[in-house]
Design a protein. Structure first.
Length: 118
């Protein structure tokens, strides 16, 4: 089993930045991809960004392209989400996830709250 611990969430004003981190431990050799999802109150959990663990290939939701950047540090088993130009509609609980590829994810962390004030 893999354990995921997210950190870096908080309260920020519109236009501000935050960097989320997700540290993986346990059976990390099984990780092929990692990603970030988010869930706003009363809404479904949506994909935000993903990265393959070996090649570093990435993909993003259209709503965050050009503002968010996903990266990973393989030595630290950590994935990051740099979020710039934040908007109130980015407010959500952000979840880290592991996956078998960029499009299929099967395990999520506990989440970290991001709140963007207007």
């Amino acid at each position: 089993q893999v354990q995921l611990v997210e950190s870096g969430g908080g309260l920020v004003q519109t236009g501000g930045s935050l960097r989320l981190s997700c540290a993986a431990s346990g059976r990390t050799f099984r990780i092929s991809a990692m990603g970030w999802f988010r869930q706003a109150p009363g809404k479904s959990r949506d994909f935000v960004a993903g990265i393959t663990w070996s090649a570093g290939l990435t993909n993003y939701a259209d709503s965050v392209k050009g503002r968010f950047t996903i990266s990973r540090d393989s030595a630290k088993n950590t994935v990051y989400l740099q979020m710039n130009s934040l908007r109130p509609e980015d407010t959500a609980v952000y979840y880290c996830a592991t996956g078998i590829n960029l499009y299929e994810y099967d395990f999520w962390g506990q989440g970290t709250q991001v709140t963007v004030s207007s």
